[in-house]
Write a protein that binds this ligand. Structure first.
Ligand code: SF4
Ligand code: SF4
Length: 468
């Protein structure tokens, strides 16, 4: 790690990065700004979209003190968007190694994923962020998990530079652990960097970085920032943004800002933005990804705000004092969920080597869980090697078998992966409710159960290594 005036950035030596600008920036610890650009809706007029975006693209590509790039994302699953790779190819005829393309597993299979990777190589895009993707609630709910995409990529003779995403803003004990173990699994499967969900709690940004370190798979991290409009702030406060929750206190602050003039509302957003950006830098993040940028003026202001934040907070202590002051009247964590994996986060002169693990006990398996696990282990220890229909009735009685075509029980701690409505086998999705319940049902997320079991059995490999 490089260390300079309280700034620590993850570095990674010994890799040949000559031909990939973004990768080179990541490995040489250059704080990088990624501007998020969602693909337009499928029926948008591409030519006019390109014309509208051209000044913005020109600005992003122009030489500047801080390296910049574009993160091409696809948009709302319920509103089909222009294929993200085609959009990126149209928008970025050059500088393609500065940019990232999000690959969503929504509605994809192995063949389409392989095709996407091949097309990226052909087109000269080198940096991909693999996400399982939020399923369309109107269509088939299944997604192709990101960890499998990462693994597929690494098996290729010419792998692309791939990253993953994580939602560190979880405040319930089992979900906090499940998220960090899932990211550890992605790192082991080939993610070379990760981008967080957006949020404002700097302690959570530090927590995920420390936890990755403890898991022995530290990778460079990018903190996603979101520039809010009053309408977006309203959506957030109404709880309409899956996976993003914060306290009533913080909601009141946002609602208060919505009552102000537009200029005052924006000033409040930029102030919080600068605090977050400085935090990301001082916490060792490799850069930020900014969402909500709609035009050249916003991009220019954002860039300027980032630069300014470096001057406003020249040392880590300045930033820590400002955070303490800003949030002294405002807790961000949503009551009653206030769990942090470490109890000395955001302390002066404390580095990840000095991290104190929280002493809050992890809940034990609840009544019957351990019994069912032991019974399933005796009866179904080879079930992944036999036809799925074999012993269907006993599987139904003991592990609530849903009757899929390929049994994976022994690889999933004898917890049927089909219990997850998305069929996730490899880790918890980022949209799990803050209470630990599944965001698609009123049941506890299957990964919270698996965390309890893993802790009780001291057996973490299924959650942080095994890819199903
Ligand atoms: S993985 Fe689950 S649904 Fe599939 S056969 Fe095994 S127990 Fe049944
Ligand atoms: S069970 Fe958990 S991982 Fe599956 S969809 Fe629900 S919250 Fe996400």
């Amino acid at each position: 790690m490089s260390e300079n005036n309280g700034v620590q950035l993850q570095m990674n030596f010994g890799k040949n990065t000559d031909e990939n600008k973004f990768q080179k920036q990541v490995y040489s610890a250059e704080f990088t700004i990624l501007f998020e650009l969602p693909a337009p809706s499928a029926d948008a007029e591409l030519e006019s979209t390109l014309k509208r975006l051209s000044p913005l693209i020109e600005f992003i590509n122009s030489p500047k003190d801080l390296p910049c790039g574009i993160a091409f994302t696809d948009s709302n699953p319920d509103f089909p968007s222009y294929p993200v790779l085609d959009f990126a190819a149209a928008v970025a005829p050059d500088h393609r190694d500065s940019h990232l393309i999000y690959l969503s597993g929504r509605g994809k299979d192995e063949e389409t994923i392989a095709g996407f990777f091949a097309q990226c190589r052909l087109e000269g895009f080198k940096n991909i962020v693999c996400v399982s993707g939020r399923p369309s609630l109107k269509q088939n709910k299944r997604v192709f998990e990101s960890v499998k995409m990462l693994q597929m990529n690494m098996e290729h003779e010419n792998p692309l530079f791939t990253g993953a995403v994580v939602n560190p803003y979880k405040y319930e004990i089992c979900t906090s652990i499940a998220q960090s173990l899932h990211l550890a699994k992605k790192a082991r499967a080939g993610a070379s960097f990760a981008i967080t969900q957006f949020g404002w709690d700097a302690a959570k940004l530090q927590e995920i970085a420390w936890q990755l370190d403890r898991n022995g798979c530290s990778i460079p991290l990018f903190a996603r920032q979101m520039l809010l409009t009053p309408a977006a702030a309203m959506e957030l406060c109404s709880g309409n943004y899956p996976g993003v929750r914060f306290s009533k206190n913080f909601q009141s602050a946002l609602r208060g800002e919505m009552q102000l003039s537009t200029a005052q509302f924006l000033a409040a957003q930029w102030k919080r933005f600068q605090l977050n950006v400085a935090g990301a830098r001082f916490l060792g993040y490799s850069g930020i990804q900014i969402g909500g940028i709609e035009n050249l003026a916003m991009a220019k202001t954002a860039y300027q705000m980032v630069q300014e934040s470096f001057k406003i907070f020249p040392a880590k202590q300045d930033w820590l004092d400002a955070v303490k002051d800003y949030y002294s009247q405002m807790i961000i964590a949503p009551y009653p969920w206030r769990y942090y994996l470490f109890d000395n986060l955001l302390q002066p002169d404390v580095s990840r080597e000095d991290a104190n693990v929280s002493r809050e006990p992890i809940p034990e398996p609840i009544s019957g869980e351990m019994f069912r696990y032991k019974l399933a282990k005796i009866l179904f220890s080879q079930s992944h090697l036999h036809p799925a229909a074999e012993r269907r009735l006993s599987k139904k009685l003991i592990v609530s078998c849903k009757g899929c075509s390929q049994c994976r029980l022994p690889l999933a701690q004898f917890q049927c992966p089909e219990e997850c409505p998305l069929g996730f086998c490899n880790g918890q999705c980022g949209e799990v409710d803050v209470s630990g319940k599944c965001f698609l049902s009123d049941e506890e997320c299957v990964y919270s159960k698996r965390v309890r079991m893993a802790v009780a059995l001291h057996e973490y490999k299924f959650l942080e290594e095994t890819v199903i």
